[in-house]
Design a protein around this ligand. Structure first.
Ligand code: ZN
Length: 455
């Protein structure tokens, strides 16, 4: 048991003063009280205490190619030409390389403010597309990487069977992703048992996209695992995807999904980018989480989610770093608001009736949606939550001179240097003064892997 005392802490209802946070030996918050006096045994937090952010969408291996595709290849460069390059990387990665990349990335995430991550994991087979002796080989590498870094993990093994709507056969570049329903169910079962002993890890169901699975497959998977758990899917990232779905079914992807599946608050719709007003309302009303990956969506030229409209309907949402072109909580949150400003040519769009400060809306909204999407007790400093917390540097000039309402705005919109000093996950300090215990080794290993993959 440890007791922490923070002069300022961000609680679900907002900033509070003189907060005492009790954390059990198991790393869970057992009590939070504000307007307290520091007890003799309490450990003083030197800075502003805020909840760590859940990252609701990650493809860890893609970190290795970040920044390598910002060069014109084809005059019509798009998401689809980027995907060809990504498939070339996929073709080379070994299990050890995957673990190295993921470990390095997860440490970067901790330093950037993410204390848990949902890994949308679709790399299942060997380089020839054949199963490993242990079908969960690569998924377990992700689990091990999260354990080494000490980040919380919701592991989402992905069902990926087809190349396009209407069960089109997979292409050569997709060999490492493909499972049929039976092999997927076996993989999910095995992984759920493996992770049962990990206090900061769990599994969730995952369908790659409506391009990659059939209705019958989704129904069978949900029937096989009816217990409450997260369900993730890529939904409407590209206009071509919407057009292909319309041509196939007469419905847009979100329309099709809601027509056929019982979508509720356990679902996380990744890249719900291209929506009609009706689809926007439907997602908000269902309680599903819109999984926004702002810097990746900008990098890939996807489009802009109708955020202002969605927030006016109290829709749930959270953020993911997805391809990891950027790994920064503040940058992804900032770009949610900036995308809306560029789209509407106005300022301050993501506000709520009772909350005019954009940073407060952004940070608290992403915490809540992230907690839902990960299906873990994270994203708040409250009794019953895991002790996943960040300490923001009280000496940062922008933070030091902000009042309570301005503090998150200053961090998200103004701080040039990363003010995150210390990071705790599961009750343990894993980043201290910006450093992780494994920094030296993982940096060396990551450089080696990137050199190997470029060779
Ligand atoms: Zn994705």
């Amino acid at each position: 048991m440890a007791v922490y005392f923070a002069a300022k802490a961000l609680l679900p209802q907002g900033w509070a003063n003189n907060v005492t946070v009790s954390v059990s030996a198991q790393g869970m918050i057992t009590a939070v009280e504000s307007d307290t006096l520091a007890a003799d045994n309490s450990i003083h937090i030197n800075g502003f205490l805020v909840p760590g952010m859940p990252n609701l969408h990650s493809h860890a291996f893609q970190r290795a190619m970040a920044g390598l595709t910002e060069v014109v290849g084809d005059p019509a460069d798009s998401f689809w030409t980027w995907r060809d390059l990504m498939y070339r990387l996929v073709d080379k990665i070994t299990p050890q390389q995957l673990e190295t990349i993921a470990t390095y990335l997860y440490i970067e995430m901790l330093k950037a403010g993410y204390t848990s991550v949902a890994e949308f994991h679709y790399l299942h087979h060997d380089r020839g597309g054949k199963g490993y002796a242990n079908p969960a080989e690569l998924a377990l590498r992700i689990s091990q990487a999260a354990k080494s870094a000490s980040i919380g993990l919701t592991l989402l093994p992905v069902l990926y069977s087809y190349a396009g709507f209407g069960a089109q056969p997979a292409s050569a570049g997709q060999g490492r992703f493909i499972n049929d329903t039976d092999s997927y169910l076996a993989l999910y079962d095995a992984l759920s048992s493996e992770l049962a002993g990990e206090p900061m890890q769990r599994t969730g169901l995952c369908f790659h996209s409506l391009r990659a699975v059939t209705l019958e497959q989704m129904q069978r998977v949900q029937e096989a695992f009816p217990q409450p758990q997260p369900v993730h899917i890529h939904i409407a990232e590209q206009q071509k995807e919407v057009a292909d779905c319309l041509a196939w079914s007469g419905l847009r992807p979100v329309e099709w999904l809601y027509r056929h599946m019982p979508v509720d608050a356990q679902w996380c719709l990744i890249h719900a980018t291209h929506l009609t007003a009706d689809e926007t309302r439907q997602i908000a009303a269902s309680g599903a989480v819109a999984g926004l990956c702002l810097t990746t969506e900008a990098n890939l030229g996807d489009g802009i989610f109708p955020g202002a409209e969605y927030l006016s309907q109290q829709g749930n949402w959270g953020i993911g770093s997805d391809s990891h072109i950027s790994v920064s909580v503040s940058e992804d949150l900032r770009w949610f608001e900036y995308g809306q400003r560029l789209n509407h040519r106005r300022r301050n769009l993501l506000h709520l009736p009772a909350q005019p400060y954009i940073g407060n809306v952004l940070y608290q909204g992403a915490l809540q949606g992230g907690r839902m999407a990960l299906g873990q007790p994270v994203g708040q400093i409250a009794a019953g939550a895991r002790a996943d917390m960040l300490v923001l540097d009280g000496r940062d000039p922008f933070l030091a001179t902000a009042d309570d309402n301005e503090r998150l705005n200053r961090w998200i919109f103004a701080c040039a240097a990363n003010p995150i000093k210390d990071v705790m996950t599961g009750g343990r300090w894993v980043i201290e003064d910006g450093q992780h215990q494994l920094d030296e080794k993982t940096t060396r290993d990551f450089i080696t892997v990137m050199q190997q993959l470029r060779a």
